[in-house]
Design a protein around this ligand. Sequence first.
Ligand SMILES: Nc1nc2c(ncn2[C@@H]2O[C@H](COP(=O)(O)OP(=O)(O)OP(=O)(O)O)[C@@H](O)[C@H]2O)c(=O)[nH]1
Ligand SMILES: [Mg+2]
Length: 490
Amino acid sequence: MIGRRDLFLCVFFCIDSSLQSIVSSLSHQSYLYAMYTNWDDTIVALATAHGVSAIGVIRLSGSRAIEIADSLFPSKDLLSQSGYTLHVGLLKEGDKVLDEVVISIFRGPKSYTGEDTVEISTHGSPFIQEQVINACMFKGARLAKAGEFTQRAFLKGKLDLTQAEAVADLIASNSSASHQTALKNIRGGFSEVLKILRDKLITFSALIELELDFSQEDVEFADRSKFYELIFQMDKTVGDLIQSFKLGNVIKNGVNVAIVGKPNAGKSTLLNTLLNENRAIVSEIAGTTRDTIEEVINIDGILFRLIDTAGIRESKDVIEVIGVEKSREKMKGADIVLYMFDVEDESRGEIEAALAQLQEINPSFLLIGNKADITGDELAAKKFEGIEALYLSAKTHHHVDALKERLVDKVVQGQVNTESTIVTNARHYGSLLQVQKSLQDIRQGLDAQISGDLLALDIRRCLHYLGEITGEITNEDQLDYIFSKFCIGK
Ligand SMILES: Nc1nc2c(ncn2[C@@H]2O[C@H](COP(=O)(O)OP(=O)(O)OP(=O)(O)O)[C@@H](O)[C@H]2O)c(=O)[nH]1
Ligand SMILES: [Mg+2]
């Protein structure tokens, strides 16, 4: 038997060592850095886009970056210059002048990669840039792989993995919403939340593992009711993040909007009106559109991929039949279906039948009563009383702004503000689903009062998947894959 005081002291020391062993077993970023980077390995790449431009920036990173730049820049001793300084002069390879350049020096660790970094701003000729890169390589630099600068920043601990991935998203962002989300993630918005929860779970994990050391004493260091609370809180947060993925995906990749309806309803006219150009052929002949037409528009910072489809009807024309089949497919796969009908031509019965079908095929739809310029809004609304539709005129643009608002509302439903945390990455989504599953297992284990060693296993699994998101847990293949999706020079 051990006394209470001894037990207390033991616990005090053991908590600390348990915590350390858990943290070190879960984190191997520095080990990866050592394995990945050879300290003498200096990388070079063009950081700006290929092609003719006003200027181009060539980036060097690694322990020899400044030395290599210095060997090509005879007018000044760059080795003795401090970080965050700019130097103008001729870049020369032997006697041959390559270009007149501006050199920026960043000394590690206060640089993007955490290593010594030099950026050479040259004139924007692909020929000059190639020559400068070759000269750097001749002096000992190696061509960087895609994403290698950011990979180094990650391995040096300047960014966590979600932040690094957000860099790629930021470069690829093409709407203000995706731009805002990527920027927020670079600042650590999404991983911050998870890190706090992960830390709390690590503490519990340490306490539970400690109980195993004192299994003969029948003591409980981890307060089970507080643990329940934490698991509940984590489950809620993870659930919200999983939910946000659909929205995040939409922000990143755009919302697919299929415009469907019977021939002549005015679908192509609506597409043209929304695009503000005559993209699709419009005619009074039913069956004008045979194939689907896709165009992208940006409304309030959200990308919508509009898909104009062939009017749906029975037809003997082989090509039209294929077109109609395609329309049905697009209707199924769309994020939003705009079902258009002609308020003058179509009857209430027809629309009710269409509604019933829509509910089955894709319940995310908006009914659009078109050609309200002929009947007037009121008459149209009266004819289809009880059916929720938006009446507009694709031709005269009447109420088209209201449609745009409805589209944005449907996506956002009041929840996209850039302050909320949104998951946009399929890899994070996959890991979050695993976290959710392991949280369920932990909860079931607690309910069933399973032994501490089994509980500890579930907790470790949960910590593993959480760490996978922020990059505390990664394997080399995974890292290579993630960074290979970057462009070279980033
Ligand atoms: N008065 C009026 N006519 C419209 C309106 N929208 C479309 N039209 C006319 O309706 C006819 C059919 O328009 P389209 O846009 O080609 O119709 P669609 O639904 O694409 O037809 P299909 O491609 O055959 O399926 C054309 O003559 C248009 O000018 C509208 O809001 N008001
Ligand atoms: Mg058409």
